[in-house]
Design a protein around this ligand. Structure first.
Ligand code: ATP
Length: 272
C-alpha cells in the first residue's frame, strides 16, 4: 500500500536554476527548509525553533512541486511525496495509518523532505467540503498534526505542503508549530514567463529570430506548466513541417492551438 500511495525519490534532479521567476520564493524556501536541515546547530545556538511546516499556496502548475523537489536535491534529502487525496480513504483508520507510514518512512530515510500535495483534501474547513465533515478525514488530519508535533525531536525531516485552494483550509493547520510558514507561489509575471520559456527551450534548436520578450508579452495568464507545453507544442509544429529548427511561426501556431483549446474545452477551472 505504501508504494502505491507515496512517491519516493532518493535523488531528485530538479535544481533551483530550473525554476523560473520565483526568486523570492526560492529564498524563503531556503531559509525555512534548507537552513534548518543543513545548519541545525545554528538554530540551537540562537535558541529558536525553525518553522515546523511550510505551506506553498497558489494556482496550479506554478512550480510548487518543483520547489519542494529542488530543496530536497539541494540538501541531499530523500523526497517523499503524497497526495492529500490519497489520504482520504474509504476504510476506517486507513488515512491515519498512511500518515504514520509516511513519517516512519521519512525517519528511515532521513534527511527527508515530506511533500503533501493537495493538503486541502484532508484539511478543508468543515463547511467547504463534503468529505472534511467526515470524522475519518478529521482523524487523518489530527494524526498529521500530531506527527508534526512529535517530529522535531526526530531529526532531519522537514515537511512541505501545497494547495491551490488556500481559502478552503481549516485555519487550525496554520497555527504556530504547524504549517506556520506560508509562501505564496503566484502565476508568473512577464519577466517570469520569459525566464520559464528560456528554461524550457534550452535544449531546443531555436531559430535566431525567436523573441522571448515578445512571447512573454503574448502569454499573459499562462502558468509555468502551460508555458512548458507551449514550448513542446512549438517543437511539434516544427516536426510536422519537416524542420529541426523551431521558429517564431511555430510558437504562434502553438499559441493559437492552446488558445483554441481553451475555448472549446472552456476556460481552465480556477479554484484559487
Ligand atoms: P499543482 O498545484 O497542479 O500540483 P505545481 O504548482 O506543483 O502544480 P509543478 O508540478 O511544480 O506545479 O509544475 C508542473 C510543471 O510545469 C513542471 O514540471 C515544469 O515543467 C513546469 N513549471 C511550472 N512552474 C514552473 C516554473 N516556475 N519554472 C519552470 N517550470 C515550471
Amino acid at each position: 500500500a505504501r508504494a502505491q500511495a507515496m512517491e519516493v525519490d532518493e535523488s531528485p534532479e530538479v535544481t533551483y536554476d530550473d525554476i523560473g521567476g520565483l526568486e523570492a520564493q526560492i529564498q524563503e524556501v531556503r531559509e525555512a527548509v534548507e537552513e534548518p536541515l543543513v545548519n541545525a546547530e545554528q538554530f540551537d545556538e540562537v535558541g529558536i525553533d525553525p518553522p515546523s511546516g511550510v505551506l506553498l499556496h497558489g494556482p496550479p502548475g506554478t512550480g510548487k512541486t518543483m520547489l519542494a523537489r529542488a530543496v530536497a536535491n539541494e540538501t541531499d534529502a530523500t523526497f517523499i511525496k503524497m497526495a492529500g487525496s490519497e489520504l482520504v480513504r474509504k476504510f476506517i483508520g486507513e488515512g491515519s495509518r498512511l500518515v504514520r507510514d509516511l513519517f516512519e518512512l521519512a525517519s528511515e530515510r532521513e534527511p527527508a523532505i515530506i511533500f503533501i500535495d493537495e493538503i486541502d483534501a484532508v484539511a478543508a474547513k468543515r463547511t467547504e467540503s463534503k468529505t472534511s465533515g467526515d470524522a475519518e478525514v478529521q482523524r487523518t488530519m489530527m494524526q498529521l498534526l500530531s506527527e508534526m508535533d512529535g517530529f522535531e525531536d526526530r531529526g532531519e525531516i522537514r515537511i512541505i505542503a501545497a494547495t491551490n485552494r488556500f481559502d478552503m483550509l481549516d485555519r487550525a493547520i496554520l497555527r504556530p508549530g504547524r504549517f506556520d510558514r506560508l509562501i505564496e507561489v503566484p502565476e508568473p509575471d512577464a519577466e517570469g514567463r520569459r525566464r520559464i520559456l528560456e528554461i524550457h527551450t534550452q535544449d531546443m534548436s531555436l531559430a535566431d529570430e525567436v523573441d522571448f520578450e515578445h512571447l512573454a508579452a503574448e502569454t499573459d495568464g499562462f502558468s509555468g506548466a502551460e508555458l512548458a507545453s507551449l514550448a513542446t507544442e512549438a517543437g511539434m509544429f516544427a516536426i510536422r513541417d519537416g524542420r529541426t529548427d523551431v521558429r517564431t511561426e511555430d510558437f504562434e501556431e502553438a499559441l493559437e492551438k492552446i488558445e483554441e483549446g481553451d475555448q472549446t474545452e472552456g476556460q481552465p477551472v480556477a479554484f484559487y
